[in-house]
Design a protein around this ligand. Structure first.
Ligand SMILES: [Zn+2]
Length: 69
């Protein structure tokens, strides 16, 4: 799972902190899926549209709860 989304969604991480962490997350992503997820976050983090970023993190986090793992 992606801690960036979880922490951001809980407001324990700011957008600025997220943007600083993301280049490293992209670099060390284990799968292509993960890498694409982080890249998507980078795009959202760089845009001025904070609402889209919040929705993305919120969607991701609520989907986590639905998975039976
Ligand atoms: Zn994420």
């Amino acid at each position: 799972m992606c801690l960036i989304c979880v922490e951001y969604n809980k407001k324990r991480m700011t957008r600025e902190e997220m943007r600083k962490a993301l280049p490293e997350m992209v670099m060390f992503a284990k799968t292509e899926e993960e890498k694409n997820h982080f890249k998507k976050l980078q795009v959202l983090g760089d845009s001025m549209d904070e609402k889209s970023l919040e929705e993305f993190a919120n969607d991701y986090t609520s989907n986590l709860g639905k998975k039976t793992r």
